[in-house]
Write a protein that binds this ligand. Sequence first.
Ligand code: TYM
Length: 324
Amino acid sequence: MLSSLSKKRILTGLQPSGALHIGNYLGALKPLIDLSNDPENETFLMVADYHALTSVRDGNQLREHTHQIVRDYLAAGVNKDNVTLFRQSENPHHMELSWVFNCLVTVPFLMQAHSYKDKVAKGMDANAGLFTYPMLMAADIVLYDIDFVPVGEDQRQHLEYTREAVTKFHNAYGELFKEPKEVIVKGVGVVPGTDGQKMSKSYKNTIPLFGTREEIQKAVMSIVTDSSGDKPEHVFNIHTIIYRVLGKSQVELDALYHEHTGKYKALKDALVEDIEKVVAPMRERRAAITDDQIRRILMSGAEKARAESALKMTVVRERIGISF
Ligand code: TYM
């Protein structure tokens, strides 16, 4: 059921493994929302719940995070009329196709994936799900003939892996899938956290997207400042990104930092105010979303997702030799 083939198809996914932070929003969710507002695009947004199983071990917690992330998507501005919003686990084609890809790529190839290598380098026990993670992500994307995938820089390699899986499939079974491209928006590919490193749940350096004002304030006040310069670089870098989102000019921001040279507290207060300008309206919207709305949206999203990928999966089964 591939409707309107001339339209560009967009998809991204986020793991429901904890509260979203502003890096997730700016790097992936906002670019997807912006693209979904163009009538030339057909947009899919997925809750990557099977991917989250690589780290979440509590069923109730996964259910709760899943519920919350859908609420976050809608509050952030996802319009259910423009976007097919669904849970990965509700379309079995994802797991099925990922197995086919797993049988095409080699162990040494998967061993080069950063997501796996980083865990191993930190001395953590990587589970097999984490190891084969890129092939599930490849399936997520190519099942829907996706053209563009808005993501943060840390997902670039996963898109390369996706294209490689497609090539391997094509070499073995003939042409079938589109080769998707990553969309990494300049300036927000790596949103820095409170310590200047990439903002990440696992680094405990996040500014929560849907925190209370107090939580945002606490996170901003914890931004590491270096007393050797006039300008607190880490504060300034996050502020630069937030200014861009607000459509304010860099000249204005430079002037603010010049005017408050050496006054770190005042500059952090100004950053809190500016983050609030971005998130306060979303927070308000979030409070108005009902459980019933979430349930209905997920139900229709799941149906649409399954219908969209059914034909593709039928062809896959024929080509690999499991349909008679
Ligand atoms: P996840 O859940 O780790 O992160 C969700 C998205 O947020 C982006 N991101 C950032 N962007 C900019 N700066 C940051 N500091 C930052 N931190 C996180 C990530 O790059 C990501 O785009 N594998 C994916 C989920 C996934 C997926 C997919 C994505 C599963 N299937 C298919 C796209 C298409 C992941 O773990 O994202």
